[in-house]
Design a protein around this ligand. Structure first.
Ligand code: ZN
Length: 171
């Protein structure tokens, strides 16, 4: 699987220090790195610093910082994946709403500005008080691990290498 997801010619620009380039290329470490699923086009990761439970990110495999830097095919594949992830969250997490967001550039609030990623944040009516709660919980690895385990079934069957399958041999 490491070979399947290893950087290919089109990934020649992968940055050694970029977690969005490297985590999706290492299925053996998907769980610890909070990668839910990855294919040649995109990866889906749980946010280590969630704004709400189930806060995931979808990113292109190519190291690109701007929406406008995506070619048409990459654009289509990224936003088709965003649509699919949103649908999977709707079905499995059953939120009342979802925030979809892109912070393009540091000035726009991007934590990792040079590798584009789309945030999907499930929301529930009346959850405005949830953020302070999460602020206390989000540094707890076991909380993230539980959230990861709860989210995982939502991504079963999505195209690519699935964290649930990658973990089967090593648990
Ligand atoms: Zn990158």
């Amino acid at each position: 699987m490491d070979y399947i997801l290893a950087p290919k010619d089109k990934d020649a620009g992968a940055r050694p220090g970029c977690i969005f380039c490297n985590f999706p290329a290492s299925p053996a470490h998907f769980r610890e790195n909070l990668v839910l699923v990855a294919n040649d086009d995109v990866a889906v990761m749980l946010n280590r610093y969630p704004f709400a439970a189930g806060h995931v990110m979808v990113m292109p495999r190519r190291h690109v910082g701007l929406v406008s830097a995506l070619d048409e095919s990459e654009n289509d594949r990224l936003f088709r994946a965003v649509r699919e992830v949103g649908a999977r969250l709707r079905e499995h997490v059953k939120p009342h709403g979802i925030n979809y967001g892109i912070n393009e550039g540091v000035a726009a609030g991007a934590g990792i500005a040079d590798h584009l990623h789309v945030h999907l944040v499930p929301r529930w009516t009346g959850d405005t008080n949830f953020m302070p709660v999460i602020a206390d919980l989000r540094v707890m690895p076991e909380y993230l691990d539980q959230t990861f385990a709860r989210l995982l079934p939502a991504f079963a069957g999505m195209d690519g290498v699935f964290a649930g399958a990658a973990a089967e041999g090593g648990r």
